[in-house]
Ligand binder design. Structure first.
Ligand code: GDD
Ligand code: MN
Length: 371
């Protein structure tokens, strides 16, 4: 990234994006700390608040009354760390954007060092890291979180095109034009925005890591529990048991079992309440159960690669076709076994297992990996 020859007038040098949810007591202290740390830099701060019930946005606006460097984006009807960061960064006209947590856990005094490194033009991305010499993740709530965080880090590293010792870090800086280039490829899901950036870049990013000490949270509470942690555990288990019994398969099979229940309920309703013929009732129940299964698998089993928009519809269509074949195989095999005098429960069970394995294997490649 080449520095423009003349300093841009008007737009600040640096926009600090702060995703926040229920961080009211931390707003004023963080702004004061930024002010101290960024002395001599033309900076602004953008709080991106998801309509926190504690009035975080109102607190930001109160300070903005007397400090034009303070801005607030208040989002309603939405939640999400990554998407908040994206919107904040895209609202910037500065030369560089930084992202920092709003709870004072990140070390804002490292911002000038990050900016200095980027301004040499030798790097595309500066990352505050808890895992390089001099960094420390002492502030992570407990030992369990340490294990999760380290495990997640090691796994993520495996897939990364660049060396990032702290790929889950929420503290980083990059040139704003670069962010704009990558923005369209970001998934905007969950909280893995840095990973997302690193994976979205067509050319490996030149990364500089700046060690920092992760501070204890003083006010408010962490929002990344327990669903995020559950996802982490899931990811880890998946890695550990890969090849034996993939976690995804278990999830897929459980969703399938629920689907059977849905099927039976709809079938009963269609027969008894709507008075449909069996074939019609069965067809309605099958479609409802498939849509239900698709939705649940998309939300849970494949949460990390959830399909949206036109991909969702395409995925649903393929899923129905795949499961249609699965059902034919299931019924066909069970029937053959039954006719060759296998006990009907065993015949049925074998048919069902073959059906679910087929559905899982094929939908994993055709529905959720077709990108
Ligand atoms: N707008 C918005 N919407 N902000 C959010 C949301 C959300 O849904 N969820 C969390 N935040 C904000 C918090 O208010 C905080 O400023 C920041 O995002 C980080 O959230 P925490 O809840 O404090 O996360 P943590 O301290 O447990 O997690 C740390 O470790 C993660 C993984 O290692 C942080 O350093 C994360 O940045 C990091 O990804
Ligand atoms: Mn935090």
């Amino acid at each position: 990234m080449i520095e423009p020859p003349v300093a841009t007038r008007g737009a600040p040098m640096l926009t600090v994006v702060v995703p926040c949810y229920n961080e009211r007591p931390n707003v004023a202290p963080l702004i004061a700390k930024l002010d101290a740390a960024l002395h001599g830099v033309a900076w602004e701060v953008v709080y991106v608040d998801d309509n926190s019930p504690d009035g975080t946005a109102a607190e930001v606006r109160r300070i903005a009354q007397t400090d034009p460097r303070v801005r607030c984006i208040r989002r309603v009807g939405r939640r999400g760390l990554s998407s908040a960061v994206i919107e904040g960064a895209l609202s910037s006209s500065a030369q560089y954007v930084a992202v920092i947590d709003g709870d004072l856990q990140h070390d804002e005094t490292k911002l000038p060092e990050m900016l200095g490194a980027l301004r040499t033009g030798r790097y595309d991305l500066a990352v505050g890291s808890r895992h390089v010499a001099g960094g420390d993740d002492a502030g992570l709530a407990n030992r369990w979180r340490h294990i999760l965080s380290d495990g997640g880090m090691k796994m993520a590293q495996y897939f990364l095109p660049v060396r990032l010792t702290d790929p889950m870090s929420g503290f980083f800086m990059l040139p704003r034009p670069l962010f704009e280039n990558l923005a369209a490829s970001l998934t905007g899901q969950g909280f893995k925005i840095l990973l997302d950036l690193a994976l979205s870049s067509p050319a490996p990013l030149r990364v500089v890591e700046v060690p920092f000490v992760f501070r204890e949270r003083v006010a408010g509470e962490s929002k990344l529990d327990p669903l995020v942690l559950a996802q982490f555990v899931g990811l880890l288990l998946d890695k550990v048991f890969d090849g034996l019994l993939p976690l995804r398969f278990i999830s897929f099979a459980l969703v399938g079992a629920l689907g059977v229940l849905v099927h039976l309920v709809v079938l009963t309703a269609a027969l008894k309440l709507l008075g449909l013929h069996f074939e019609a009732a069965q067809a309605v129940a099958t479609v409802v159960a498939m849509v239900f299964n698709f939705q649940l698998n998309n939300d849970i089993t494949y949460r990390d690669q959830r399909l949206r928009g036109h991909r969702l519809w395409r995925g649903l269509l393929v899923f129905i076709v795949v499961c249609g074949f699965g059902a034919v195989a299931n019924i066909g095999i069970a029937n053959t076994l039954y006719e060759t005098h296998t006990n009907w429960t065993i015949a049925g069970a074998i048919g069902a297992v073959i059906g679910v394995v087929w559905n899982y294997a094929v939908s994993a490649t055709l529905v959720w990996r077709a990108r």
